[in-house]
Design a protein. Structure first.
Length: 140
């Protein structure tokens, strides 16, 4: 479980810097959030553009990434659709929230339950990580 694990992250340490691997605390989900242990992350053009330009980054070190798939570790108090062990894909909103724990380039990511979907058995976690950017998700 998360208490014995590490949350390794690909960090942008400073403006226009190369990514480095570092460790971050494992976050706790808020009432309407889920904590997901990422198995796969999707790479999108916005990620390298943010890294090289600094756009949509308010502070450093920053964590990038919007698409992930993995296994639910824990859920917030208001979450009823998910439980630990569920296979999910999600749209990480770190680019909007500016919260590093809400970005995908790390072992554990906080996702809004409303931006998370259970996976059917015929879709692998690897396939699922490529789906999120192409889907519509709520902004509130």
């Amino acid at each position: 479980m998360a208490d014995q694990a590490k949350n390794l992250a690909a960090l942008v340490p400073a403006a226009k810097a190369e990514l480095v691997v570092g460790e971050r605390p494992i976050p706790t989900p808020g009432p309407d959030e889920v904590l997901v242990r990422n198995h796969f992350i999707g790479l999108n053009p916005i990620d390298w553009k943010r890294q090289l330009s600094g756009m949509f980054i308010s502070s450093y070190p920053a964590v990038l990434g919007t698409d992930s798939s993995g296994i639910v570790e824990s859920v917030g108090s208001n979450v009823t659709k998910f439980k630990p062990g569920d296979r999910v894909l999600g749209g990480a909103d770190g680019i909007i929230s500016q919260k590093p724990e809400n970005a995908a380039f790390q072992t554990y990511t906080i996702l809004r339950a409303s931006s998370t979907s259970k996976l059917p058995s015929n879709i692998s976690l690897e396939q699922a990580a490529t789906l999120t950017t192409g889907t519509v998700r709520p902004l509130n």
